[in-house]
Design a protein around this ligand. Sequence first.
Ligand code: SF4
Length: 261
Amino acid sequence: MIEVIARPKKRLFLALILASLCLATLSTYGLWMVSFPGLANISAYLPVILGILLAVVLLSIGIGVGGIILTILGFSTLSFFQGPAWSSIQLLFPLAIRIGKCFDVEKERVERSFIEVSNHLIHAKCIKVKPDNLLILTPHCIQQESCQFKVTHDIGNCRQCGACQVGELLNISRKYGVHVAISTGGTLARKIIKTLRPHAVLAIACERDLTSGIQDVFPLPVIGVLNERPNGPCCNTRIDIKRVEKAVQDFIAESESRTLS
Ligand code: SF4
């Protein structure tokens, strides 16, 4: 059965992250109130010190969430917001997923919305890198299952027969001079990044892998492109190759692109 993916909306993730922030603030306040008498018995200063510490943490998260919302609304925010913004996402994301579940919102929908927000934040930074510093990373389920060539070790082994899109990625790699690698899992993906040390990554994967990958490699900028699963998960997956090429063009400086010979 062909999987139809609805266009992700950034506002879903933003609403859930705001709700998570409110819930975290209320819970923290409740915990502080409950612990107040016990702490006051030990020292009159303890509840105040704890209160200030918690308020600082919540304020930093609030600044991060505010930074994300301002960027999405089109305001240019200072790079100062980037750190708190990503820390807020990492802290509040699990809570956002749980709140979504309470309202019957699928985890995958929240993840798609997060990827859209994350891509927007990266675009807003207008990052340009040299082609040699850009890595396209894709899972090996993009390879035709029956293909006998070992492209995970070296994508150059692909014969570009047209049975899958590995050959098209190889074309993009040669056209723009960017790296492209096929990984069999998160560990290999991390190893590839460690070896190549790219300045930016264009990651192709499913919702779950993109969400964890983007958060794992922060502060490395990652643009996420969701794959298509016409044959179900992890089997002969497809990608919108035009979107991939456009993302490559956006990342590399104009003068750096090369023409396919
Ligand atoms: S395009 Fe490359 S990887 Fe895909 S089936 Fe053909 S030879 Fe194998």
